[in-house]
Design a protein around this ligand. Structure first.
Ligand SMILES: C[S@@+](CC[C@H](N)C(=O)[O-])C[C@H]1O[C@@H](n2cnc3c(N)ncnc32)[C@H](O)[C@@H]1O
Length: 305
């Protein structure tokens, strides 16, 4: 339950404006066709671990206009914020949000036509248990869709700055992130790269017509960064660098690194290195010589009950 005790609400560092650029709408339209949304009668939708509503609301255009969407999150701050964002997008009548624990969903069996989550199973000690819960509240014949990444892969995506790094530097970067990911998992806070295993969990859970796709979205940045999206990402990165933020803040990173088997001394060396890289990144962004294709591994995994 450690995850329920933190003072800062869960994932607070990741709910900036940049999240609004996570999906290409034409890709979601395509996914709607591939999932066969028009063939099932969707009246009720559940967005599990909804945060401020980003994922469920991104689906608004591919869901029937009369479908009622419920979002659930453990953080009351996010529940309130999600309702506000729904209203801001004129979705207030279709979307409502409740506080609750997704490990024991406060809904009866066989209630929803469509149950979904995004970047939630990566934070679960027992992702299979949450999948079971999502299946329990899904109607027979209903659709389950989860969106989960392999975040470790990002440590190998080049930028113009990292392209010529030594092999040792690249391996150290991957190792640092891997130790932290292992530590996070050891602490019961989920594996940040669990996306690779979700298709197998769906099969074990007995879902039918399982399909796996990957988001076609990349987070490319290249000078002069003049699209709205690139401006938002550039500013987000500069803000993170200003705050000495990496994937997590220093305290959280250290907690994960030590739990993953690293020592205090190794942590300090690794942290100094990522902070040095942050400063190079900042200069690259400000001097227009940072660029990357920004690829990610983000799976969309679907199956029918
Ligand atoms: C990375 S965020 C994803 C939010 C949203 N799905 C999105 O993609 O924008 C993970 C969310 O899961 C929620 N969460 C984590 N553990 C939970 C639990 N046991 N019960 C309910 N919500 C939980 C967090 O509060 C957070 O809002």
């Amino acid at each position: 339950m450690a995850e329920l005790e933190k003072d800062k609400p869960h994932s607070a560092d990741y709910f900036g404006e940049q999240r609004n650029f996570w999906w290409n709408q034409d890709f979601l339209q395509l996914m709607g066709k591939r999932w066969g949304l028009e063939k099932i009668n969707i009246n009720t939708v559940l967005d599990v671990g909804c945060g401020i509503g980003h994922w469920g609301q991104a689906l608004a255009e591919i869901l029937p206009v009369n479908a009622q969407v419920t979002g659930i999150d453990k953080e009351i701050k996010w529940v309130k914020e999600a309702q506000k964002t729904a209203e801001a997008f004129n979705l207030g009548e279709r979307y409502s949000y409740v506080q609750g624990d997704i490990r024991a969903l406060p809904f009866e069996d066989n209630l929803f036509d469509f149950v979904t989550c995004q970047t939630v199973l990566i934070h679960m000690q027992q992702p299979q248990l949450v999948i079971q819960e999502m299946i329990r509240v899904l109607k027979p014949g209903g659709l389950l869709v989860t969106v989960e990444p392999n975040n470790l892969a990002r440590s190998l995506v080049y930028s113009s700055l990292s392209f010529t790094d030594s092999i040792d530097t690249i391996c150290e970067r991957v190792k640092f992130q891997l130790i932290c990911e292992r530590g996070k998992e050891a602490l019961g806070e989920g594996n940040n790269s669990i996306g690779d295993l979700i298709p197998g969990y769906f099969a074990e859970a007995g879902l039918n017509n399982i399909q796996i796709f990957m988001s076609d979205k990349t987070f490319a940045l290249f000078p002069p960064y003049n699209s709205k999206e690139q401006q938002v990402f550039k500013q987000q990165y500069l803000d993170w660098i200003e705050d000495n933020f990496w994937i997590w803040d220093k305290q959280e990173t250290k907690r994960f690194f030590l739990a993953g088997g690293g020592t205090e001394a190794e942590f300090e060396l690794n942290w100094q290195q990522v902070m040095r890289e942050n400063q190079l990144w900042k200069q690259g962004l400000l001097n227009n010589n940072y660029h990357t294709g920004g690829g990610t591994i983000c799976y969309l995994i679907s199956g029918y009950k």
